[in-house]
Design a protein around this ligand. Structure first.
Ligand SMILES: [Mg+2]
Ligand SMILES: [Zn+2]
Length: 198
């Protein structure tokens, strides 16, 4: 059975924005994230992380570093009763220093590659998709993939509101943080008549 799906940005949305994170000690999850993901789990909504990690292409950290951080993220979430249903990341960049990752990649947000892949690999109900993130590129990703969108005020969020305006893009919801945005998703699903079992 296909399920409503929330595509969640990583840096600045799940963990504290700290530039290019090259060590797991600098990977700190916001405290409200656990409840947000638990809510999605409880309601049978898929929680999928989609993140650009061009730091790999730029030579700021090796690919293994991304896996290390994701292991830490999954472990911390699990310890708090929360489960991520999938993680997709793009390590590429068109101006990369590292040749094997130099690519104008179709999965780098706001391009739709990661979401398209999730749709083929997981039980995503394409009628009920949402993107939550702290950047214009997250909102653009949502627009490109016909998802509803929520901008959060953590990470770069506050500064991105002006950029959204100047690009004439509107998010469906602007909220404090991931938990706030998850409440928006739940409300919106209810409004659209989706049978959620609370
Ligand atoms: Mg972000
Ligand atoms: Zn890529």
């Amino acid at each position: 059975m296909k399920r409503p799906t929330v595509f969640i940005d990583r840096d600045g949305t799940i963990n504290i924005e700290a530039g290019y994170i090259n060590h797991e000690d600098n990977f700190i999850i916001y405290p409200f994230v656990y409840q947000a993901i638990r809510l999605l789990n409880k309601l049978d909504i898929l929680a999928i992380v989609v993140t650009n990690q061009a730091g790999v292409a730029k030579g700021y950290f090796p690919l293994e570093n991304v896996y290390k951080l994701h292991n830490k993220m999954v472990r911390l979430l699990e310890n708090n009763g929360a489960k991520i249903d999938g993680i997709y990341f793009c390590p590429h960049h068109k101006d990369a220093k590292i040749r094997e990752f130099k690519k104008d990649c179709g999965c780098r947000k706001p391009k739709p590659g990661m979401i398209n892949r999730a749709i083929t690999e997981l039980a995503v109900d394409t009628d009920f998709m949402y993107v939550i993130g702290d950047k214009v590129s997250d909102i653009e990703l949502g627009v490109n993939c016909k998802c509803k969108t929520a901008l959060v005020m953590t990470g770069y969020g506050k500064a991105e509101i002006e950029k959204l305006k100047s690009k004439n893009i509107t998010a469906d919801f602007i909220g404090e943080n991931l938990l706030d945005a998850v409440y928006f998703v739940i409300d919106d699903l209810k409004k659209r008549g989706y049978p959620l079992f609370l």
